[in-house]
Design a binder for this molecule. Structure first.
Ligand code: NAD
Length: 292
């Protein structure tokens, strides 16, 4: 079994991004600038946004973090998005999800200028992705593709089972893995909450990508020996042995599944770090698209 090491791979990719940004600025290009909007104070969202801003610093990008109270109206949030759309200093815009119940994420995402949609969630970005046209890929699936590419894993002809059909992970992942590209060229089965007998599918998978949001849901009896397992899940569970009283686990029962696999991502230090790489690559691309 080989661990797909998010620390190692993201370290390499961040070095590349940093150098590319330096070269871009040396040639007269603009310093990339990411603007993030956080509505409310969900602790997990605080941590994710904080990490994105920290990575901007690390890579020499500018960043702006706009904090809005949880009672912000949908109209006020959209007005902020439109203000950032028109701000020439800002290259990329992200609105941290989930949003409070009274705000429609679709309406807010639709308001983002597709040229600044570095999360890749806008319908234009997703449509271009489906058609195989150049676009901003959603950060987590993009990061997973970068991980597979780094380890030179040839997925051509493999049966890939994606579990989860969210717009931000499962669905785009299924599209990218089936595209005529490498990584890609896989035969994809997209499983979800209404799938009957999930195990019948996963046991036939050469590669399993789990994006379910249920701690340790994929167990050893569901995995074919030699399979590649990509664990997207981030779930906090109680752990009395930790000072904090909790720890993070994925959607895969890592301890029992890992010995069966050819490759597997850990949680933490796996896909989460790759997501940041996807976002930062998109932000640099957004700055470069403006030209010199
Ligand atoms: P989501 O809740 O939007 O989607 C979950 C999907 O799982 C749904 O499509 C649902 O149909 C499917 N599902 C639920 N129960 C199932 C079952 N019993 N069998 C089969 N399918 C089932 O979640 P999401 O936003 O796609 O995120 C999934 C997980 O990935 C979460 O744990 C989230 O925290 C994590 N996540 C991690 C990153 C990262 O960077 N590592 C990024 C985004 C999301």
């Amino acid at each position: 079994m080989q661990l797909l090491d998010g620390v190692l791979v993201s370290g390499h990719i961040k070095e590349q991004i940093k150098q590319e940004a330096i070269d871009w600025q040396a040639a007269g290009g603009k310093k990339p600038h990411l603007a993030a909007i956080l509505v409310g104070n969900n602790p997990a969202s605080e941590a994710y946004v904080g990490s994105k801003v920290k990575h901007c610093d690390e890579l020499g990008f500018d960043s702006t973090l706009l904090r809005l109270p949880s009672e912000t109206t949908e109209a006020a949030l959209i007005a902020e998005v439109q203000r950032l759309n028109e701000d020439p200093a800002v290259d990329g815009i992200l609105v941290q999800l989930p949003l409070p119940e009274h705000i429609s994420p679709d309406s807010v995402i639709n308001a983002i200028d597709p040229g600044k949609d570095v999360d890749g969630f806008h319908p234009i970005s997703q449509g271009r992705m489906v058609l195989g046209q150049p676009t901003f890929l959603p950060a987590t699936p993009y990061g997973i593709m970068l991980m597979l590419e780094y380890y030179k894993i040839n997925t051509s002809g493999m049966h890939c089972v994606v579990i989860g059909r969210s717009n931000i992970v499962g669905t785009p992942m299924s599209v990218l893995m089936s595209r005529a590209s490498n990584p890609g060229n896989a035969t994809v089965t997209l499983c979800h909450s209404r799938t009957r007998n999930l195990k019948d599918f996963t046991l036939n998978a050469d590669i399993i990508i789990a994006a379910i949001g249920k701690p340790r849901y994929v167990t050893a009896d569901m995995v074919k020996p030699g399979a590649i397992v990509i664990d997207v899940g981030i779930n906090r569970i109680e752990d009395a042995s930790r000072k904090s009283g909790s720890r993070l686990v994925g959607d895969v029962d890592f301890d029992n599944v890992a010995p069966l696999c050819s490759y597997i991502t850990p949680v933490p230090k796996g896909v989460g770090l790759m997501t940041i790489c996807g976002l930062m690559k998109n932000t640099l691309q957004a700055a470069k698209q403006k030209g010199i």
